[in-house]
Design a protein around this ligand. Sequence first.
Ligand code: UT7
Length: 329
Amino acid sequence: MSKIRAKISGIQGWVPPYILTNKELETMVETTDEWIMTRTGIRERHILKGKGLGTSDMGAEAVKGLLEKTGTKPEEIDLLICATVTPDMIFPATGNIISDKAGLKNAFSFDINAACSGLLFTLITASKYIETGMFKKVIVVGADKMSSITDYTARETCVLFGDAAGAILLEPTTEEVGIMDSIAGTDGSGRNYLHMKSGGSVSPPSHDTIDAKEHFVFQEGQPVFKFAVTRMADVSAEIMERNNLTADDIAYLVPHQANLRIIDATARRMGVGREKVMINIDRYGNTTDATIPLCLWEWEDKLKKGDNIILAAFGGGFTWGSIWVKWAY
Ligand code: UT7
């Protein structure tokens, strides 16, 4: 019997309408468009405005769009997994709330938190459910309202992040397409460099933690940068080598969008030219779990069946991973 693989059979993104430009940030903190562009490659990012709106609202929009464009009924979905670091609440899972808002009556849902590698870890997990043969339609959502944990008085971090969501439909196939191979890794000692200090069980929310601004992203940029440059390049090269893929075989690299300099270093290590790299960090910034689906969504029309695509990410934790996908449509 032929092996069952998980193929990507649809992709949809959603970004909130409000655009926060570098020019507007110049009026909020001591920064310049020039500094942000040269150090990160970001020009603008989208921000979710509106009382009572959270990550699940963006995720649900992406899922509804995905169902519509793929002609899928909500009740056909067996499982929805949401990758996020900005859940609506600590519990229940944001995936549950997205399923409810999108009308997925027959799906069970849960969340995965692996920071900026979350979307990759979730795709890997979801593909294993499909490979068992028991699950026919699985949705992976990557969604983050990073503005909810960003301190807009801290210039080191507030220029980096944006809000967005993406949704991916996975289905079984016995053709030689889909998720072909994957690598994932973690190193928990990296938690010191990128985290949110309070709000969890070690340091629950209190007046003191709020006064100390401990409910925002904390990052030591330089060590994270060094880790990211080597790890994302290494893991991308490793998945190519172990599958005997050369740069000529690769149609696209889809890197996590955290910093243009990290993306360029990864492409150089793989020997892949800029024309084969999906880059939209200039318009969205770092949307954490949504970066990779937003790229695939924007490049969807250019992709052809059989294209070899390498997805690569790294993030807080530390976490890292890569996936070799053969595009299925
Ligand atoms: O996806 C999650 C994983 N996270 C990442 O991938 C982030 C990895 N790190 C980075 O991308 C970079 O480290 C940053 C973009 C965060 C920072 O760039 P950098 O080249 O590492 O800058 P730096 O932190 O070394 O700061 C250089 C200078 C400092 O001033 P002094 O000490 O040299 O006087 C900062 O205070 O730039 C200053 N600075 C800024 N200046 C203007 C920091 N942020 C800003 C700013 N505008 N927004």
